[in-house]
Write a protein that binds this ligand. Structure first.
Ligand code: M6R
Length: 612
C-alpha cells in the first residue's frame, strides 16, 4: 500500500513530484523515491523514512528532466530500507518503475527471471515487474507500452504502475488493476497519481482509469488503451474539493484540527441532508437509497477499523429505527465465510477512503452474488464509490490524520440520516417522531462545542495517565462500539495497549487483569444500562483498578465510583455515540503527545490500506 505519482511537463520536476508525494504520504512513509529522465540520462534518488529525508538528499544531489515518477512506500514485501525503496530499475538501468499493490505470483515469476540471469537488488514483489518489461523488450516488443501490456498478462494481483524507458525519454506508461490510478490533465502537462488529492493544486481535470487500462503519456498529450492495444474512451471529471482544508490552520496536528472540525462539519452535513425550517429530509439526497432498499428484509454492513466501529453503531440504528435485522461484518473475513444472505439483503460498505482493499474485495464478491450494494464513502470518485450500485457521500472533507476522527462522526451521521429515512419509508417512524429526531440531530454540533470546551481538562487527565501501559475501555450497548474506537485510537496514536469489552464481559475473564496499574476508561453516560455500569465500576474499584468515567453533565454520584470524570452534555442514548467519540479522541491525542509519538503519522500505519 503505497502512493505513486508521475509528471510530464515543464515545471521543476523534483518539486512537483515531491509536492504530489507529500499529499500521498498518508498511504505510507517507510521510504520514498523519485526517478527522472533528461534526454537519455536517468536520475534516481531514494531514501528511507519520511519525504523530508528524500527532499534533503535531492537538495544535495538535484535531478533534471521533464519526465519523472515517484513513490512513497508502506512496506509489504521486504523491510523498509533504501534497497527496497522505489523506483526500481531493470538489470541494465534502462527502465524504471513505481508500483502500488501486491503481485501474488511474484515468487514464481522471480524464480523464472533468476533462471534467465536477471539480477535483483531488492526483496520486493514490485521489482519483478520492471525485469519482465525488460525481458519483453529484449524479445522484440516494439516499445514500452507493448512490453507493459505483455507484462500485465503475466501478473496476478493488484497493481498501479508507472514506468519510464531511457530509450523513449519523452514518454511514460501507466496502468492499473485493482489499485487506484488517475491522470490529472493540465495545460501542456500531465500528472499521474494514486488519487486525485495529489494533483488538485495543479489541476482539477481528472481521468479515473479503469482496471486493465493503460495510459501512454507524452508531452502535453495522452491516450488510453486496453490490453488489446486498442484506444478506449475515457471521461474527464471535474474534482471540486477544497484544498485549503488540507492545511493545519494553526493546530499542532491534523488530528487535532480534524477533532475540532467536527461541529462545523456536521452543521454543513445537516444543511445538505435536512430542511432546517421543518426538520424534514431532503428527499433528493436519499433517492438512490430508496431505489435499492424498497423491498429489503435485512441489512449487512461491511467495513474495517474505525469504519467497522461506525457500522456497529449502524446496527443499533437500523434495528431501532427501521426494525430490520442488521449484521455487521469485518470485510477481511467475508471472503472466507459461507454466505447465507438472501437477494433481499442490502449491503452497506462503509469506508472513508473508498480504497480499502479488504472492503473492495468483499464488495466485489457480494456483487458477484447479485446482492445490491450501497457505499458510505468520503473520498469522491474512489474505487468503492464507483463500484457500488449507489454511493452516499459522508462529506467529512479531506481527512489527513492517519487516525480517523471526523470521518467517524460523519459516518455515524450518515447512518443516522439513512436510518431515519428508511424508518420513515418503512413506516416504523411516524412523522412527528421523525421531526423530533431530526431536531435532536440539529443540536449535536452545539453540544459538540461544549465537549470541545473541556479539551484542557481532558488533556490534563491524559497527561496524568500517559505513563500507564494497560487500558481497558468499557461500555454497554450502543457505546461498546465507541469503547472499541477509543481503544483503537489509543493504540494507533499513542502505541499503548488497550482492550475494549462490553462491561458485562469482564467478570468472565479479563477481570484477572484488574489492578492499580490498569486504567479503565468507562462510558457511563445516562442510558438504559447506567445502573449495570455502576456495578462494573464497583467490581473494578474493589480490585484497585483506576477508573476514568465519561459521564453525563450534572452526575455527581459518579464521583464515588471514578478517579476522574469527563463530563459530556446530555443527549438521548441512541445519539450518544456522536458525543462520546470526542473525549475518547482528545484523550488518545494528548496521551500520544505526552509520550512523544508522531500523532499524524503513527509508525507502521497508513491512511489507506490498499493491500489484503
Ligand atoms: O478508509 P477506510 O475507512 O476503509 O479505512 C478503514 C481502516 O483502515 C481505518 O478506519 C483505520 O482503522 C484507521 N487508521 C482508523 O483510525
Amino acid at each position: 500500500m503505497c502512493g505513486i505519482v508521475g509528471y510530464i511537463g515543464k515545471r521543476n520536476i523534483s518539486k512537483v513530484l515531491l509536492e504530489s508525494l507529500q499529499r500521498l504520504e498518508y498511504r505510507g512513509y517507510d521510504s520514498s523515491g523519485i526517478a527522472t529522465l533528461d534526454n537519455n540520462d536517468l536520475y534516481l534518488c531514494r531514501e528511507t523514512g519520511c519525504l523530508e529525508n528524500l527532499a534533503a538528499t535531492l537538495a544535495e544531489y538535484p535531478v533534471k528532466g521533464n519526465v519523472g515518477i515517484g513513490h512513497t512506500r508502506w512496506a509489504t514485501h521486504g523491510e523498509p530500507s533504501k534497497v527496497n525503496a522505489h523506483p526500481h530499475t531493470d538489470c541494465e538501468n534502462n527502465l524504471v518503475l513505481v508500483h502500488n499493490g501486491i503481485i501474488e505470483n511474484y515468487a514464481e515469476l522471480r524464480n523464472k527471471l533468476k533462471k534467465n540471469n536477471h539480477k535483483f537488488r531488492s526483496n520486493t514483489d514490485s521489482e519483478i515487474i520492471v525485469h519482465i518489461i525488460e525481458d519483453y523488450l529484449k524479445k522484440g516488443a516494439k516499445n514500452l507500452e507493448e512490453a507493459v501490456i505483455c507484462t500485465l498478462m503475466d501478473l496476478k494481483g493488484a497493481y498501479a504502475i508507472a514506468a519510464l524507458n531511457k530509450n523513449e525519454p519523452e514518454k511514460m506508461v501507466a496502468a492499473k488493476n485493482g489499485s487506484s490510478l488517475i491522470l490529472g490533465i493540465g495545460k501542456n502537462e500531465i500528472f499521474v497519481a494514486s488519487d486525485a488529492s495529489a494533483v488538485i493544486p495543479y489541476t482539477r481535470q481528472i481521468v479515473f482509469l479503469e482496471d486493465y487500462q493503460i495510459a501512454i503519456i507524452e508531452q502535453g498529450k495522452f491516450n488510453v488503451i486496453n490490453l488489446n492495444g486498442n484506444n478506449v474512451a475515457y471521461n474527464v471529471s471535474l474534482v471540486d474539493w477544497d484544498i485549503d482544508s488540507a492545511q493545519k490552520d494553526g493546530y499542532a496536528h491534523f488530528m487535532l484540527k480534524e477533532i475540532h472540525a467536527q461541529p462545523k462539519m456536521l452543521k454543513k452535513i445537516l444543511s445538505e441532508k435536512f430542511n432546517s425550517d421543518n426538520f424534514s429530509l431532503k428527499l433528493s439526497e436519499f433517492s438512490k437509497i430508496k431505489k435499492y432498499s424498497a423491498d429489503i428484509n435485512q441489512i449487512v454492513i461491511q467495513a474495517c477499523g474505525t469504519s467497522f466501529h461506525a457500522g456497529m453503531v449502524g446496527k443499533f440504528i437500523f434495528e431501532y429505527f427501521v426494525n430490520l435485522h442488521t449484521d455487521i461484518e469485518i470485510s477481511s473475513e467475508i471472503k472466507y465465510k459461507h454466505f447465507i444472505y438472501s437477494k433481499k439483503s442490502l449491503i452497506i460498505s462503509i469506508t472513508q477512503s473508498g480504497e480499502t482493499a479488504d472492503t473492495l474485495i468483499a464488495l466485489r464478491q457480494l456483487r458477484r452474488k447479485g446482492l445490491r450494494t450501497i457505499s458510505l464513502c468520503n473520498v469522491v470518485g474512489s474505487t468503492i464509490a464507483r463500484e457500488s450500485d449507489a454511493v452516499f457521500y459522508i462529506h467529512a472533507g479531506p481527512e489527513i490524520g492517519v487516525a480517523s476522527t471526523k470521518a467517524y462522526t460523519a459516518q455515524l451521521f450518515a447512518l443516522y440520516s439513512i436510518g431515519i429515512f428508511l424508518g420513515t419509508l418503512k413506516r416504523i417512524i411516524k412523522k412527528s417522531l421523525k421531526s423530533s429526531l431530526i431536531k435532536e440531530l440539529t443540536f449535536i454540533p452545539s453540544l459538540m462545542h461544549k465537549v470541545l470546551a473541556s479539551e484542557q481538562q481532558i488533556a490534563a487527565c491524559a497527561k496524568k495517565y500517559a505513563k500507564y501501559n494497560d487500558f481497558f475501555y468499557l461500555a454497554r450497548g450502543i457505546n461498546y462500539a465507541n469503547a472499541l474506537e477509543g481503544a483503537l485510537k489509543l493504540k494507533e496514536v499513542a502505541y499503548v495497549h488497550a482492550s475494549a469489552y462490553p462491561a458485562g464481559e469482564i467478570k468472565h475473564g479479563p477481570i484477572t487483569l484488574v489492578c492499580k496499574e490498569l486504567i479503565c476508561v468507562c462510558i457511563v453516560t445516562e442510558s438504559s444500562t447506567y445502573e449495570k455500569m455502576l456495578f462494573n465500576l464497583e467490581e473494578i474499584k474493589a480490585r484497585h483498578g483506576r477508573v476514568i468515567a465519561i459521564a453525563t453533565e450534572g452526575n455527581q454520584e459518579i464521583k464515588n465510583y471514578a478517579d476522574d470524570v469527563i463530563y459530556i452534555p446530555y443527549v438521548q442514548e441512541i445519539f450518544s455515540p456522536l458525543l462520546v467519540a470526542l473525549p475518547l479522541q482528545i484523550f488518545a491525542y494528548y496521551v500520544a503527545l505526552a509520550r512523544g509519538c508522531n500523532v499524524d503519522k503513527p509508525r507502521n500505519l497508513a491512511k489507506s490500506v490498499t493491500v489484503e
